[in-house]
Design a protein around this ligand. Structure first.
Ligand code: KMT
Ligand code: NI
Length: 177
C-alpha cells in the first residue's frame, strides 16, 4: 500500500499514477475513516473470516477486473468505477492478486490516491466520496464483502450530497465539503 495526494493537473489516463510525491500515512487515512490492514500468509482467508464475522458481513464475491475477464466492456467498466460516488454501507475489499487505485476525498475535498496490491485490505466508511481504477497493469482480483444488498449501490456525486449517510459522515469526520 502506498497513499499520496493525487495530481489533478496531470491529464494522463486515470490508470497513470498521477503522483504528486506528497505521501499520506495510515494515520492520515484513519482521520477520514479509512481502515487499512495487511493480511498475508497461509491463513489469510481465516483472518478475513474473523473480520467478516466481527463486522457482520453476510456475503462475499470475487471480482476480476481485466480485459481478459471482461472482454470488450472492460474500458467502459473501468470508466464507470471511476465516477465519484458513495455508498450507504462500508466498502470492503481484500486484494487477492494484481493491483489498483482507490481514490478517496480528504477533509478538504482533496483526492488521496491509495495504491493497493496483493494482501492489502481496505474499508471505506459509509458516506465517503471515492472512486476506483485499475493501474497501468490492467489487472486486479479482489474479494468484495457485503452486509446488506441495497446499501451497497453506488450513489454519484452530487446527487448524494444530501444523503443521510453522507451527512452523518461529514459530521463525524470534520469534513468541509
Ligand atoms: C468498486 O468498488 O469500484 C469495485 O468493486 C471495483 C472492483 S474491486 C477492486
Ligand atoms: Ni464504491
Amino acid at each position: 500500500m502506498r497513499a499520496y495526494i493525487y495530481d489533478t493537473e496531470d491529464t494522463a489516463d486515470q490508470r497513470a499514477p498521477h503522483d504528486t510525491g506528497i505521501e499520506k500515512s495510515v494515520e492520515d487515512l484513519e482521520k477520514v475513516g479509512v481502515k487499512y490492514w495487511r493480511i498475508e500468509g497461509p491463513n489469510d482467508i481465516e483472518q478475513i473470516n474473523v473480520i467478516a464475522k466481527e463486522r457482520q458481513y453476510k456475503n462475499r464475491d470475487t471480482i476480476v477486473v481485466s480485459p481478459e475477464a471482461m472482454g470488450e466492456v472492460y474500458e467502459e467498466k473501468v470508466k464507470s468505477f471511476f465516477s465519484e460516488h458513495l455508498h450507504e454501507d462500508e466498502e470492503i475489499r481484500f486484494i487477492l492478486d494484481g493491483s489498483g487505485f482507490f481514490d478517496v476525498r480528504d477533509q478538504g475535498d482533496v483526492w488521496i490516491r491509495i495504491h493497493l496490491d496483493k494482501g492489502d485490505m481496505i474499508i471505506l466508511p459509509a458516506g465517503i466520496y471515492h472512486r476506483f481504477t485499475t493501474d497501468e497493469k490492467n489487472y486486479i482480483k479482489a474479494m468484495r464483502l457485503f452486509k446488506e444488498d441495497p446499501l451497497w449501490t453506488p450513489i454519484n456525486r452530487p446527487i448524494a450530497d444530501d444523503n443521510k449517510y453522507r451527512v452523518e459522515y461529514v459530521n463525524s469526520y470534520n469534513v468541509t465539503a
